[in-house]
Design a protein around this ligand. Structure first.
Ligand code: UDP
Length: 341
């Protein structure tokens, strides 16, 4: 049976881990990436893990013609997992047009190319940022969305709304996966997160500070109403997250009568403060971390954690990796990769 899946943004952090798990489950993977925030060498690294070389297409999804051509070439694909997007929250505030252009053109061109080539299943990479400042914790999927605090977040919210409308037309089935805070790396140390320039996110900032690439971690705020005053997030291991995509795909392919966009939260259900993450890092790595407490970061919410019951009940997905595993694997990846990509 044909099991070809197109993975856009496939050389990126979550895309590459998902490619590995798709191959482990017998799917044939086509990775599309424009390499604007990823490296082609990721293909070799996926091959090192699985022994299978994914097909690679260097395509800029902003280019409709190129996108159509690529999807036509792979019109035997049975589904698409759409990761390709710009994702730096801060940059999206200083250059919103860049974010709206890239993330919307990418999604629209993918949908048009799917329609032209009769590919009818898509999984969309979304984010917990669509909940804004949630009124209730833990967050369940039926909590109303709010306008996110950044243009990046808004591309995820509106992206879901676009999918909702297209699914109602009848030719498309779609799932949106709302990620909480993905960290960690593949346990082999071969693939992981490789932010270009100074990282925005907590975990790469911690590991880069620990290896001396950066001087000092700034902890954004210790006056939140949380157990130690620092903000709470639901960190999830990227391999658990990748496995959820495979489960979601299996569900989507077998669910013939889908009439609405299906939404799932992907988190562990457990929240940890920034200080707990730092202390766990120091224990797991044996390194003391240089950090200081500074002002809150604009747009940060005090606490965010998921109720992940829907994904476990409907998709049969289970979180298997804890915070120690996440930090251990992030640290291994940083140490393996400080000088190369
Ligand atoms: N954070 C921090 N220092 C940093 C980066 C992040 O204290 O250099 C905090 C941030 O305020 C938030 C948590 O770490 O409470 C996770 O932030 P991240 O940017 O990784 O993800 P977000 O939840 O903002 O998407």
């Amino acid at each position: 049976m044909n099991k070809k899946i197109i993975v856009t943004g496939g050389c990126g952090f979550i895309g590459s881990h998902t490619a590995v798990e798709l191959q482990n489950k017998g799917y044939d993977v086509v990775l599309i990436d424009d390499l604007s925030n990823a490296y082609e060498n990721t293909i070799n690294r996926v091959f090192m893990i699985t022994g299978i070389r994914p097909i690679f297409e260097k395509i800029d999804l902003k280019d409709e013609k190129e996108t159509q051509h690529c999807f036509h070439k792979h019109r035997d694909a049975i589904g698409v997992i759409h990761f390709a997007a710009y994702k730096a929250v801060g940059e999206s505030k200083t250059d919103p047009i860049k974010y709206y252009e890239n993330n919307f053109k990418g999604l629209i061109h993918v949908l048009k190319a799917m329609q032209s080539n009769s590919i009818s299943n898509i999984i969309f990479s979304s984010s917990a940022t669509v909940y804004g400042l949630p009124e209730k914790l833990p967050i369940q999927e039926d909590l109303p969305t709010q306008r996110p605090f950044s243009p990046y977040g808004n591309t995820k919210k509106v992206g879901e709304e676009i999918l909702e409308d297209v699914v109602k037309c009848g030719w498309l089935k779609a799932i949106s996966l709302r990620y909480f805070n993905p960290i960690g790396a593949h346990e082999s140390g071969n693939i992981g997160e490789l932010p270009q320039g100074t990282p925005n996110n907590l975990m790469p900032y911690i590991t880069q500070t620990a290896v001396g690439k950066l001087d000092q971690l700034q902890v954004f705020g210790d006056d939140y109403e949380t157990k130690d005053g620092t903000a709470v997030r639901d960190y999830i291991h990227v391999v658990d997250l990748a496995l959820a995509h495979v489960k979601a795909l299996d569900y989507l392919l077998n669910n013939e009568d889908q009439t609405n966009l299906e939404i799932f939260n992907l988190g562990t259900g457990k929240g940890y403060t920034v200080m707990e993450v730092i202390k766990t890092f120091e224990r797991v790595s044996g390194q003391e971390l240089n950090y200081e407490i500074v002002e809150r970061r604009d747009g940060d919410v005090p606490s965010l954690f998921a109720n992940g019951d829907k994904a476990s009940k409907i998709l049969g997905w289970e979180v298997k990796r804890n915070l120690d595993d996440m930090i251990q694997d992030s640290w291994k990846w940083e140490q393996n990769n400080r000088n190369n990509n």
